[in-house]
Design a protein around this ligand. Structure first.
Ligand code: FE2
Length: 419
């Protein structure tokens, strides 16, 4: 009988579902593609229905369901953090607790209830640790028999970054850094201070960084301030954040704005405020500091695992500018990054943890890789698109018969400054 595993990530951001049949990815999709809510955090019932349909599998035929993190460990982290920082954070504590006590602590039941409309069979439900899911999503689909694995994100249960060794069907974690010392959250704090949405606008900070004045005194002084006041970086890439400057461990915001304003002499930008040169310079400074840390971590990972192949996942691995720099590192022979490096990809990672670690199924690396591209979700035929466009008279559309003509039209429109 086929081994059919449904992987799920949900309730945080970028909810998603993946279907694995005998280790092969049959379909994968984010809930936002169906609900049309960007980064939708809802239980991905539509995405699950889609992947099951794509695989022509009924719910009752599933061998296992895998969830992308361990909720109880996450709850323990919240409690210990509140305890460690008390009395700071009382307001946020009082706001978070009822939600956890009502819904989140009883995850197994909530997930089973949400799945009820799909079938009646009792399918085993497993919980894979968040960073192990990221590591699995990076290593198992990669073409390598052996690789160094680096996962970096905001936070999972406790871990914010891990270095592991992947070998065959095994992953061993060699180093972990814990909350609140998080590179993802440091970057998100700058995202927030620069007026963009956290867990969403980080790519805008990366883009904004390109407009910084590289040789300027301001960028240099921002970098110095970040490295002397906010983050203490060690040679192996591990670091400590100065929590006096951050509010995310206990509060409902990312930064302590009065401290930041004093340090950088810039007010927190509101979303509607104009973007000025000092904003680009600040973005460039945090991009450089992040790059320094990731490059150091990558070298450490290569050194510890004695493997020149590096694979990566976790939200920070979506920083393509840094990935470009990693490719130039002489220590790295081949770099492979999970295309769904954010939490959506953890649905895949959790399913792979279940298959290779829990069930100890062997793994055959594939060339070029076992992802089959990044387009694993729903697609639409020309006839379908035309029928929808035709149905709504207010939609203006032109159907181009050749792809070349379509590309030319799009390029011309872009050159004219159109979106
Ligand atoms: Fe993550």
């Amino acid at each position: 009988m086929a081994e059919v595993i449904l992987g799920i990530s949900a309730f945080f951001h970028d909810s998603a579902a993946v279907l694995l049949v005998d280790g092969k990815i049959v379909a994968a999709a984010q809930e936002e593609r169906f609900s049309r809510i960007k980064n939708d955090a809802a239980f991905p019932i539509n995405a699950i229905r889609y992947v099951l349909k794509e695989g022509a599998i009924s719910y009752d035929e599933l061998s296992a369901i895998a969830y992308f993190e361990k909720p109880l460990l996450k709850f323990e982290r919240l409690l210990e953090t509140y305890h460690a920082f008390a009395p700071r954070g009382l307001g946020s504590f009082l706001k978070a607790m009822p939600v956890w006590l009502k819904d989140k602590l009883f995850f197994r039941k909530s997930i089973k209830n949400a799945l009820k409309p799909l079938g009646t069979a009792k399918i085993p439900l497993y919980f894979a640790e968040h960073h192990l899911s990221h590591a699995a999503s990076a290593f198992y689909p990669s073409p390598f028999e052996k690789a160094a694995i680096l996962t970096i994100d905001g936070v999972g249960e406790w871990a914010t970054l891990t270095i592991s060794k992947g070998y065959g069907n095994k992953i061993s974690i060699l180093k972990e850094q814990h909350f609140p010392h998080s590179l993802g959250l440091l970057y998100s704090a700058f995202t927030y201070y620069l007026g963009f949405a956290v867990n969403n606008g980080e790519y805008k900070v990366m883009g904004l960084a390109a407009y910084g004045e590289k040789e300027s005194e301001e960028v240099q002084s921002f970098i110095e301030k970040i490295k002397s006041q906010l983050v203490d970086i060690r040679e192996d890439g591990s670091f400590l954040l100065n929590m006096d400057y951050f509010n995310y461990a206990t509060g409902l915001t990312m930064t302590r704005d009065d401290y930041w304003q004093k340090l950088f002499d810039i007010k927190r930008r509101m979303t509607k405020d104009a973007l000025e040169q000092h904003h680009s310079n600040l973005a460039m400074a945090i991009q450089y500091v992040t790059e320094e840390i990731v490059l150091k971590l990558a070298k450490t990972a290569i050194k510890l695992t004695k493997s020149p192949n590096l694979v990566m996942a976790g939200g920070v691995a979506l920083n393509s500018v840094i990935n470009g720099k990693l490719e130039e590192l002489p220590e790295i022979e081949t770099l492979w990054v999970q295309p769904a490096a954010g939490d959506a990809g953890d649905a895949l990672g959790a399913a792979l943890v279940t298959l290779h670690i829990l069930e100890e199924k062997p793994r055959e690396p594939q060339v070029p890789d076992a992802m089959y591209g990044a387009l694993l979700g729903p697609s639409f035929t020309h006839a379908h698109i035309e029928a929808v466009a035709h149905y709504y008279p207010q939609i203006l559309y032109t159907k181009h018969e050749s792809e070349e003509l379509l590309l030319n039209t799009c390029v011309e429109a872009l050159l004219k400054g159109n979106l």
